[in-house]
Design a protein around this ligand. Sequence first.
Ligand code: AMP
Length: 280
Amino acid sequence: MEVFTSVKSLRQYLDHQLLQQKTIGLVPTMGALHNGHISLIEAAKKDTDIVVCSVFVNPTQFNNPEDLAKYPRTFEADRIMLENAGCSAVFAPSVEEMYPEQPVLKMNFGALETVMEGASRPGHFNGVGIVVSKLFNIVRPHRAYFGQKDLQQVSVVRQLVNDLAFGFELVVCPTVRETDGLAMSSRNTRLDANERALASHIYRILAGAGADLRAGKPVSEVIGWAKSEFEKISEFNLDYFEVVNLKTLLPVEKIGSTGSNAICVAAFLGPVRLIDNIIF
Ligand code: AMP
């Protein structure tokens, strides 16, 4: 497995691969890798000849300086995991390499960024949009792989890929969970033992809400139940719990056909903000 820290050396490597008619898959990450990330590498390996994983903690998508400072950075462990997973190349640039100059471009994703994560984290999707656009231009993949775990990010990236005609296939992979249901996340390592045990309630409440909605309970009643479940556990500070249309991400009062809705949640457990969702 090759490790590149400069755009130039990565491009040279990829140009060489393209000359040999190889297809390229891109998996963008912020490192502190877990099996959720590795599932994206495995999906990419099935579809493409060369899998490039980027590992870059992108400062411009953090609206909270403490979250950025405390974001886990475990490059050596990441490198070993990627090597074992059969990844072809890692792109791990410095902040200076990615941003020789501060970008002035501002991306506005309209209604997609005024709800949920966009409402709670101003500027977040602008930062995501800029960094993934840079990665798409640097790597020029045939396919790029994203996790359903970050559902709103997938919507924003899909919009970006369509609006700017990036011309590759966006592949969305299912959320990988711990055995107690907690969605794997780099931020889980910041939970203490008590918080980690409580974290499984997020998926329990999501799954319970999904079952109730499928059974025909009204959306408002189900949301009320979910919020009261979070309130019972004092360590949780719920940011939002919403039942939305999967396409628009806007709240719905009635659910639609199978696969057209999602339940999305964001909650603080102590200082750590966790998100999760299910599609139903
Ligand atoms: P991150 O490093 O958190 O920016 O995530 C990099 C990519 O991995 C994103 O496309 C995420 O949606 C995806 N991802 C993160 N956690 C999971 C998970 N538990 N299951 C599947 N994909 C995930």
